[in-house]
Design a protein around this ligand. Sequence first.
Ligand code: PMP
Length: 366
Amino acid sequence: MTAITPQPGIMDIDLYQGGAAHVAGLDNVVKLSSNENPHGPSEAALEAYRRAAFELHRYPSSDHAPLRKAIAEILGLDADRIICGAGSDEVITFLCQAYAGPGTEVIHTEHGFAMYRISALAAGATPMEVAERERVTDVDAILGACTDATRLVFIANPNNPTGTMIGLGEIARLADGLPPHALLVLDGAYAEYVDGYDGGAALVDGRENVVMTRTFSKLYGLGGLRIGWGYGPAHVIDVLNRVRGPFNISQSGLNAAEAAMRDTAYATFCRTENARWRTWMADALAEIGVPSDVSCANFILARFASQAEAEACDAHLQSQGLIVRRVGGYNLPNCLRITVGDESSCRRIVHAVRQFKNGGADGSGI
Ligand code: PMP
């Protein structure tokens, strides 16, 4: 026994489960378990990253001004109201650290991203799960769940792992209906995959109670570097900067992200390829009896008849060197989340699921 104990809430945290990357006995696997960009980052980002090697003895920029300027210029935002973090995960952590704490509540949706709960607990707050409507964010349910203790409301739009999203009108209704002490966090980790969607930036500009988080980990293919950002009202960005460490992002990460943001042609290429193969894969799977909701992101949530079928299919995919994500931890035990890979990965997925549905590669049953 020890008298040294962590703060309340910490021991309620279940460790975040990342996407698997290996299958025992196979070396040539395709990893479709973490929603990574199958094409990798832009050449310009790689070049900027390599150049940073000559300055490794220097501390990085502390105010991230060049990256904030690039984001602001390309997306038409106010650079002074952008904050950068080590992945959008860190911005989520800042939000909980700054606005939640013992005696307060943090709302997230039924199938919402795991880090909302983890960060809320880490801050000593109480996470409150709110039901969705058929795997879609339910604004009325969220409004109904707000109390005097609500401080933060997290919604991912599009959501992970469902891939669904709600319209800007619904988000505005949510923002307008929240109690005055609650901040709405619009997690736009997958916003770049939606043509013409600003991630909620205009809503942020028009209100004092909305923050948007974004990432370079998905469309920009820089998950390994850990760079995300937030956009919010001046009063919120000021607060978040007070809890942010001065050197929270490496210079190589900052340089690569700036180049990635400015390479809009490559971003368009990745968005277009993703949309094309996402539709192809979803349609092909639906035809063989594996439906999914229309996805707005870079993955699809494939639905099976039962948990047993989903797990058996996952085992078959693994045997074929294809790693996807089980989502039982997200209350979706009969589903598998499959990242949209390149053409060959999508074809291999459909081929393997068809084999599975037909009773195995050799017709012997699985
Ligand atoms: N939000 C959502 C909805 C996500 O799916 C992810 C990554 N899985 C993140 C935030 C965090 O991404 P990162 O920290 O790499 O920016």
